[in-house]
Design a binder for this molecule. Structure first.
Ligand code: XIL
Length: 361
């Protein structure tokens, strides 16, 4: 792209963004969450054995995030720590599994230093671009042959107005780089990971029609501008009540209609629907009765029936669960710290739950 084309692109995106902002009504403020780290049980985990034997694809829950890898040394220069990411890559290789990369650009779990100069002031756009490119290309250099798909940009749609999350909505990437940071990240990722599919990943797309539409509009524009996005990642942090399978189907087919592939990237089915979450009201911890476990199993089954249909139609490519045994799930601490949940396929001893049995029928 030459300078004039670049300028024209930026202007077009700015105009488009202004139009988005004008047309969308804000939704009520969502509470701000932070992410406490789960307390790991003592002793060996059944998760490792299950990961090796029951799954054909792995992804790191935290170890491939920028904050885990990209650091600033005492000499003021950036350095990379690939210890944990390498370990997972070796695990996948040993077990003949595919590996996904989660994630390159995200407003959460990015290192704080990257947005700042040495004196603590905000870094310039040029400098942040250099730091981000340095990151994307270094990661690509090391892992490009091992990674089937990369989450290039994670959670970039705002829950408030369904357009790109901006600085006021915690995206320092948007704040410093401007609205075309998403396009640019994909162009760089295409260079860095030429063989991997390039994913835009987000949550609640199957839950909130406005957000689904907002993502659709963003993607349509990206495709028109020739941005090399090829896959939409549906995180699918869903629950035993909601959303209905028809909404999931609709979502997959909507993105499929753009010629994109879809993958499910972080699925689990929480026991808690938390219908009044937007008012800050959450359900109390409940007992996981046999009836509730059956209900969860039926949900997994009906949703996987839909997945099989969409896979046959050539749209859905992978389904990834966000964890293996219940006690290891991030949902034990989110959105309510310490309210244990049981959203996955295996219990704490590594025994299959009714949901696992249904999926294996
Ligand atoms: C979560 C991890 O599961 C937690 O261990 C961590 O404390 C916070 O992040 N969307 C994402 C994932 O894209 O990276 C998040 O993972 C869950 C929500």
């Amino acid at each position: 792209m030459n300078k004039d084309e670049q300028k024209a692109l930026e202007q077009k995106m700015k105009a488009r963004y202004a139009e988005f902002k004008k047309n969308f009504k804000p939704t009520p403020e969502m509470p701000e969450f932070n992410f406490p780290e789960p307390q790991l049980p003592e002793g060996p985990l059944p998760d490792t054995e299950l990961a090796a034997t029951q799954f054909n694809l792995v992804v790191a829950e935290n170890e491939c995030k920028m904050g885990s890898i990209y650091h600033k040394g005492a000499d003021g220069k950036p350095f990379f720590d690939f210890t944990a990411a390498d370990r997972l890559r070796d695990f996948a290789k040993k077990n003949g599994q595919d590996m996904r990369w989660h994630t390159l650009v995200w407003h959460n779990q990015s290192p704080d230093w990257i947005f700042k100069n040495d004196d603590g002031s905000k870094v310039s756009r040029e400098e942040l671009e250099t730091r981000l490119k340095n990151y994307i290309f270094t990661v690509g250099e090391r892992y490009r042959d091992d990674i089937c798909s990369v989450d290039v940009v994670n959670e970039c749609i705002s829950d408030k107005n369904f357009v790109l999350r901006d600085g006021a909505d915690r995206s320092q990437w948007f704040d410093i780089l401007g609205p075309d940071y998403v396009d640019k990240a994909f162009f760089w990722a295409k260079e860095a990971f030429p063989k991997s599919s390039l994913v835009i990943n987000d949550y609640n797309l199957e839950m909130v029609p406005g957000k689904r539409e907002g993502m659709y509009k963003l993607l349509k524009g990206m495709l028109e501008r020739g941005v090399p996005v090829d896959t939409v990642g549906l995180q699918m942090h869903i629950n035993v009540e909601y959303p209905p399978v028809s909404e999931i189907e609709k979502t997959i087919e909507l993105y499929g209609s753009l010629g994109l592939k879809v993958i499910v990237t972080e699925m689990e089915i929480s026991m808690y629907a938390d219908r009044e979450q937007d008012k800050g009201i959450f359900e109390e911890r409940k007992e996981y009765t046999p009836e509730l476990l059956e209900k969860q199993a039926a949900r997994y089954e009906e949703i996987f029936e839909c997945f099989k249909k969409e896979a046959k139609a050539g749209i859905l490519k992978d389904v990834v669960l966000w964890g293996i045994t219940d006690p290891m799930s991030w949902k034990n601490n989110f959105p309510v710290p310490g309210r244990t949940d049981a959203p996955l396929l295996f219990d704490g001893e590594g025994k299959p739950k009714p949901a696992f049995d249904r999926l294996c029928k």
